[in-house]
Ligand binder design. Structure first.
Ligand code: 3HC
Ligand code: NAI
Length: 690
C-alpha cells in the first residue's frame, strides 16, 4: 500500500500531501502517516517551513466516519493536531475543495491557512450527532470570536473562503493552483521571518452576546429532540471559561458522551445510506441514455414542481397541459417557484434568465424530448390515453415515465409498444423541494432506462430509491399500514391530537392527522374507494370520511382534523363527536393509551409492513426503506429510519409487541415472515444491507 501522506521538498519548503481517496478522510493509517511526515519535517534541517495539502479534489474531508463506535486507535486526531501545532517551524495549510470537520480542525492546528476560491470550510459534526472533537470547539472561537464559532459549530453549515477570511478562520484566499498558491504563501512567510503561530496560545475568547441559557433554549427549540447542538455549545462555552488544555478535556468528555448516543448511530447510518441507496450493483457498467430535454404532461401540483426541479438542474422543459389557461397557470406557478429559488440562493439571476421552459397544449412539441414525465390525474383511464399519445409522438429511445402514486405501471407499460422504455418516477410534493424520488421499475423496464432514471435523479440532486411495482410502492404502501394503526388507536380510545403529539415528540415532522390534512382528506377517501372499505383487519375511519362528505378536506378547505386559522392549526371540536359515533357503532368502549404505546404500535405497524416490502423484493435492501421514510415522509433523521429503529429496539421485541396487539385484531397484526425469520435467527435488518 502506498503511503497516504507523501513528503517532498521544494527548496526550503516541505510539501506534505495527504492522498487517501475519495475524500482524504483522516482514518488511522492517515493519522499515523501524518505524524511520521511531520516528524520527518521536524528533523529535516533543510526544510524551514511546511505546506500541508490534500491530493485529488479536496483538502481533508474529516475524520473517517466509519470508525465511530469502534475502539479508538492511536494516535487520536487531537494528538496529531497538537503535534503539528507544537512544531517550532511554521506550517501552512493550503486548502482546496473542502476542509470539513477534522479536516478543518487540522487546518486550525496549522500556523497559517490559505483557501482557494470555491472551498467549503465547515464543522458539520452536529449533523452526525457528534461535535468537533479534535479541538474545533476550542480553536475556532479563539480565531473567530464566540458568536461566529457558535454559528459555525451548532449550525453545521460550511462557509466559503471570503466569509472564512472575514471571520478570521483563514488568513488568505489563494489564486490559481493550490500547490503554487501554498508555496508562494510559504515563501512570503519565510521572507517575512514568520514563525509558528499557535491558535491554542490565543487567550480564551469573550462570552457570547446572548447568555448561555438563552443559547441553550434557542438550540433546543431549533433542533427539537436533538442533543448534539446543545452539547457542542457547551464545549464552546468551555473555551470561554477555561484554559486551552482544560477546554480540550471538556470537549473530549462531551464528544465521548455523544459518540455513545443512539442519535449518533442513527445519523451516521443516515449519512451512509444517503450515498449507498442510489448505488445499485445491478447497474454497474450500464450506460444511462443522455438527457438534456424533459417533457412533462400535466402542470398541476406535481407537474409544476417537477418542471421546476428540472429547470433548477439546467435541463430544458416542455410542459403539456389540456388548455391554454392551464398551461399559463402552470407557467406562472413555475415562475414563482424559480423566483423563490433565486431569493433563497438556490439559483443565480443569470441562470434564472437562461431557463428554457415551453408550455403548450400540443403533444407534438415533445418529439425531441429525451424523457417525458406524466403527472396527470390519478386515473388509469386518463393515464392510458396519455401513454397511447406519447407512444405515437416520442422519439425512439425516449424514456416514458409516470408519476403515479398507486397505479399499476405494468399495465401502463403494456399499453405502449415500448414497455422497456416505461418506468415510474414518483416524486414527492413539493417536487422541487422534497429530496426523495422513488424509481419504480416495472417488469419489462430495460436496465439502461433504470440507469437513466438514476442519472436523472442525480442531476436533480434527489435521493433516488429503487422500488418495485405494488400498490403504493415503498413509501405509500407502508404509510397506508401505519396510518391504519393510527386509525385503530383512534377507534380504541386515543385522540388524533394525542397521537400527533406523541409522534411529534418521537421526532416526526408531523403526526398522521396533520399529514392527512396536508395531503387532503379526500385522497384517503379516494384510496379507500379504490381499495374497498372492508379490507380485512383495516379500521375504516368513518370520522375522516364524514369530514370529507361535509366538504372538509383538510388544509386546502381550512378545516379537517384541525381548523386552520391565522394563528395556526387548532383542534377541530367536531372530530371527537364523529369518532365517538364510530366507536359506538363498532361497539368499542374507549380506553386510555400512553404516549409510549402509541409510538410502539405505530412503529410496529411501520416496521412490519416494511419487512413485507423488503421480503417481497419491492425494496431490495432495508436501507431503501430507511431512505424513503427519511427523505419523503418526515421520519426523524436522528433515528436513522424505521429499519434502523427496529434494529436498535430489537427485532424480537417488535415481534413480541405485534403478537400482543394481534389479540385485539389478528388480521391486521400478522407478523411479517421476514421479521419472524430475523427474530428467530437473532439477526438484524442491517445484515441485509451489505
Ligand atoms: N469518512 C468516511 N467516508 C467518507 C467521509 C468521511 N468523513 N466523507 C465521505 N465519505 C465517503 C462517502 O461515504 C462516499 O463513499 P462511497 O463512494 O462508498 O459511497 C465517498 O466517500 C464519497 O463521498 P460523497 O459521495 O459524499 O462525495 P462528494 O464529493 O459528493 O462530497 C464531501 C465530498 C463534501 C467531503 C462529503 O463526502 C462530505 O460531506 N463528507 C462528510 C464530511 C464530514 O461530515 N466530515 C466530518 C466528519 S466527523 C469529524 O471529522 C469528527 C472530528 O471532529 C473528530
Ligand atoms: P393535479 O390535479 O394538481 O394536476 C393534474 C394536472 O394534469 C391538471 O393540471 C390537469 O389539467 C392536467 N391534465 C389532466 N389530463 C391531462 C392530459 N391528458 N394532458 C395534459 N394534462 C392533463 O394533480 P397532482 O396532485 O399534480 O397529481 C398528478 C399525479 O401525480 C397523480 O398521478 C398523483 O397521484 C401523482 N402524485 C401526486 C402527489 C401529490 O402530493 N399531489 C405526490 C406524488 C404523486
Amino acid at each position: 500500500m502506498t503511503d497516504p501522506v507523501s513528503y517532498t521538498r521544494e527548496g526550503e519548503i516541505a510539501v506534505l500531501t495527504v492522498d487517501n481517496p475519495p475524500v482524504n478522510a483522516l482514518g488511522h493509517a492517515v493519522r499515523k502517516a501524518l505524524v511520521a511526515a511531520f516528524d520527518r519535517f521536524a528533523a529535516d534541517d533543510d526544510a524551514r517551513i511546511a505546506v500541508l495539502t490534500g491530493a485529488g479534489r479536496l483538502f481533508l474531508g474529516g475524520a473517517d466516519i466509519s470508525e465511530f463506535g469502534k475502539p479508538p486507535q492511536d494516535p487520536w486526531l487531537p494528538e496529531v493536531i497538537d503535534r503539528i501545532e507544537a512544531l517550532d517551524k511554521p506550517v501552512v495549510a493550503a486548502i482546496h475543495g473542502a476542509a470539513l470537520g477534522g479536516g478543518l480542525e487540522v487546518a486550525l492546528g496549522c500556523h497559517y491557512r490559505l483557501a482557494m476560491p470555491g472551498t467549503k470550510l465547515g464543522l458539520p459534526e452536529v449533523g452526525l450527532g457528534i461535535l468537533p472533537g479534535a479541538g474545533g470547539t476550542q480553536r475556532t472561537p479563539r480565531l473567530t470570536g464566540t458568536d461566529a464559532a457558535l454559528a459555525l459549530i451548532t449550525g453545521g453549515k460550511p462557509v466559503g473562503p471570503d466569509k472564512a477570511l472575514e471571520m478570521g478562520l483563514i488568513d488568505r484566499v489563494g489564486e490559481g493552483d493550490v500547490q503554487e498558491a501554498g508555496q508562494s504563501y510559504a515563501r512570503t512567510l519565510l521572507a517575512d521571518g514568520a514563525g509558528p503561530r499557535r491558535t491554542a496560545e490565543i487567550a480564551p475568547p469573550a462570552a457570547p452576546d446572548k447568555g448561555w441559557d438563552e443559547i441553550d433554549a434557542d438550540l433546543a427549540k431549533r433542533h427539537p429532540g436533538e442533543v448534539a447542538q446543545r452539547h457542542a455549545a457547551r464545549a464552546v462555552r468551555a473555551a470561554t471559561e477555561m484554559p486551552f488544555d482544560d477546554g480540550m478535556t471538556e470537549e473530549r468528555r462531551l464528544f465521548n458522551e455523544l459518540v455513545d448516543t443512539p442519535q449518533r448511530e442513527g445519523l451516521i447510518h443516515a449519512f451512509f445510506l444517503e450515498r449507498k441507496v442510489s448505488n445499485l450493483p445491478e447497474l454497474k457498467g450500464v450506460e444511462p441514455r443522455p438527457i438534456t430535454a424533459v417533457g412533462i404532461i400535466g402542470g398541476g401540483t406535481m407537474g409544476s414542481g417537477i418542471a421546476t426541479a428540472c429547470l433548477l438542474a439546467g435541463l430544458s422543459v416542455t410542459l403539456v397541459e389540456t388548455s391554454v389557461e392551464a398551461a399559463s397557470r402552470a407557467a406562472n406557478t413555475i415562475a414563482g417557484n424559480l423566483d423563490g429559488a433565486v431569493k433563497r440562493g438556490k439559483m443565480n439571476p443569470t441562470q434564472r434568465d437562461a431557463v428554457d421552459l415551453t408550455t403548450t397544449t400540443e403533444y407534438e412539441a415533445l418529439s425531441e424530448a429525451d424523457v417525458v414525465i406524466e403527472a396527470v390525474f390519478e386515473s388509469m383511464e386518463v393515464k392510458l390515453q396519455v401513454f397511447d399519445h406519447l407512444d405515437r409522438v416520442m422519439k425512439d429511445g425516449a424514456v416514458l415515465a409516470t408519476n403515479t402514486s398507486y397505479l399499476d405501471i405494468n399495465e401502463i407499460a403494456g399499453a405502449t409498444k415500448r414497455p422497456g422504455d416505461v418506468i415510474g418516477l414518483h416524486f414527492f410534493s413539493p417536487a422541487h423541494v422534497m429530496r426523495l424520488l422513488e424509481v419504480v421499475v416495472a417488469d419489462r423496464t430495460a436496465p439502461e432506462v433504470v440507469a437513466t432514471a438514476f442519472a436523472l435523479g442525480k442531476a436533480l440532486k434527489k435521493v433516488a430509491v429503487r422500488a418495485g411495482v405494488c400498490d403504493g410502492f415503498i413509501g405509500n404502501r407502508i404509510l397506508s399500514h401505519y396510518r391504519s394503526a393510527a386509525d385503530e388507536m383512534m377507534l380504541q380510545g386515543a385522540s388524533p391530537y394525542q397521537i400527533d403529539r406523541a409522534l411529534e415528540e418521537f421526532g416526526f415532522a408531523m403526526g398522521p392527522s396533520k399529514v392527512a390534512d396536508l395531503a387532503g382528506l379526500d385522497i384517503g377517501y379516494m384510496t379507500r374507494d379504490r381499495k374497498g372499505r372492508d379490507s380485512p383487519g383495516i379500521v375504516n375511519p368513518d370520522w375522516a370520511d364524514r369530514l370529507v362528505e361535509d366538504g372538509h378536506k383538510g388544509r386546502k378547505t381550512g378545516r379537517g382534523f384541525y381548523v386552520y386559522g391565522d394563528d395556526g392549526p387548532t383542534e377541530n371540536p367536531d372530530v371527537a363527536g364523529l369518532i365517538d359515533t364510530a366507536r359506538k357503532d363498532a361497539g368499542v368502549t374507549p380506553r386510555d393509551f400512553t404516549d409510549e404505546e402509541i409510538v410502539a404500535r405505530y412503529m410496529a405497524a411501520m416496521v412490519n409492513e416494511a419487512a413485507r416490502v423488503v421480503g417481497e423484493g419491492i425494496a431490495k435492501r432495508p436501507l431503501a426503506v430507511d431512505a424513503v421514510k427519511l427523505f419523503g415522509y418526515g421520519f426523524p433523521r436522528y433515528r436513522g429510519g424505521p429499519m434502523k429503529y427496529a434494529d436498535m429496539t430489537g427485532i424480537a421485541t417488535i415481534r413480541d409487541r405485534i403478537r400482543g396487539y394481534a389479540e385485539d385484531n389478528p388480521e391486521f397484526w400478522q407478523v411479517a415472515p421476514l421479521l419472524d425469520d430475523l427474530a428467530d435467527k437473532d439477526s438484524k435488518f442491517e445484515d441485509m444491507n451489505t
